[in-house]
Design a protein around this ligand. Structure first.
Ligand code: PBG
Length: 321
């Protein structure tokens, strides 16, 4: 035998020399859930170890994460039913608790990378990402609302906007609104290939944002398709997206690879709530080792071509280092 691949695996030191992919806390964005009020912290029952924080405690959480080396955060708000309406009006009320918190976070920690979510669902009485009329999700009418929401978030000091709604044309629309209002430096991480997935279940528990009727299949992508991801990516490139995102991550490693092989902008992957909960649930039964599973999952996402990973494991990973 001339060739023995095992020679390159013979010791830890040799293995680390030939290791192709490495993970750093700098690759990660930590999603955080915000609630109104003060001194509030409640665990998401379907996501052990993940909490909803009121602004004061979220500031403390961010400080703690920064000490562990995490420098990027994506904040999602959980709104009470009483503040929801069909037009997501609360999303661009400058005094709403989400925008106040974003402003305060950026004021206290100007050095962090702060990302926000652009979609109607947390504020919508219909629980959909777009405006609903007669059971249909209206595309172009939704853009106006997303534009207002984006402007309000940019004004609060957000570094990267994350349109997660999947309406056609929203990246270009938002880019124009930002540029016309003096926010040329605000970045857009487009949820480029966001699939209609069962793995968002725990997130919708966390925010109480599940759709009130139907599903999201007329705007989120069909898990059976990959060519459509190229169409979405072409459009996002033309419309000025700074980053392309694939979501979820694990069932879509081929899509991450497809986009990272074909587009020069950084590709991000969202390791979503259900992907986190599956590991935690199995680990709680003693069926697998949570830490090893986490490392393998994050590594596989990076190896497939994601430069950036949004993950609920961020703090746990940072603690290991
Ligand atoms: C909604 C949104 C969702 C997630 C991020 N933004 C859920 C959905 O589309 O229903 C999911 C994140 C996760 O599951 O971790 N615009």
């Amino acid at each position: 035998m001339q060739r023995r691949p095992r020679r390159n695996r013979k010791s830890e030191s040799v293995r680390s020399l030939v290791e192709e992919t490495s993970l750093s806390v700098k690759d990660l964005i930590f999603p955080l859930f915000l609630i109104d009020g003060s001194k509030k912290k409640s665990e998401v029952s379907s996501m052990p170890g993940i909490f909803r924080f009121s602004q004061d405690l979220m500031l403390k959480e961010i400080e703690e994460c920064m000490k562990l080396g995490i420098s990027a955060f994506d904040v999602f708000p959980a709104y009470p039913e009483s503040l929801k309406d069909s037009r997501a009006t609360e999303s661009h009320n400058p005094e709403t608790f989400y925008l106040r918190a974003l402003r305060e976070i950026k004021k206290q920690f100007p050095e962090i990378c702060l990302m926000s979510d652009v979609a109607m669902d947390p504020y919508s009485s219909d629980g959909h990402d777009g405006l609903v009329k007669n059971g249909k999700i209206l595309n172009d009418e939704t853009l106006e609302i997303l534009g207002r929401m984006s402007l309000a978030q940019a004004d609060a000091g957000v570094d990267i906007l994350g349109p997660s709604d999947m309406m056609d044309g929203r990246v270009g629309f938002i880019r124009n609104v930002l540029d016309e209002n003096g926010f040329a430096d605000t970045s857009i991480m487009s949820y480029t290939a966001k699939y209609a997935s069962a793995f968002y279940g725990p997130f919708r528990d966390a925010l109480d944002s599940a759709p009130k009727f139907g599903d999201k299949k007329t705007y989120q992508m069909n898990p059976a398709n990959s060519k459509e991801a190229l169409i979405e990516a072409d459009l996002d490139m033309e419309e000025g997206a700074d980053f392309l995102m694939v979501k979820p991550a694990l069932s879509y490693l081929d899509i991450i690879k497809l986009l990272s092989d074909n587009y020069p902008v950084p590709v991000a992957a969202y390791n979503v709530s259900g992907e986190y909960s599956m590991v935690k649930a199995a680990a709680a039964q003693g069926w697998l080792d949570s830490e090893r599973a986490m490392l393998e999952i994050l590594l596989s996402i990076k190896r497939s071509g994601a430069k950036i990973i949004l993950t609920y494991f961020a703090k746990e990973f940072a603690r290991l280092k």
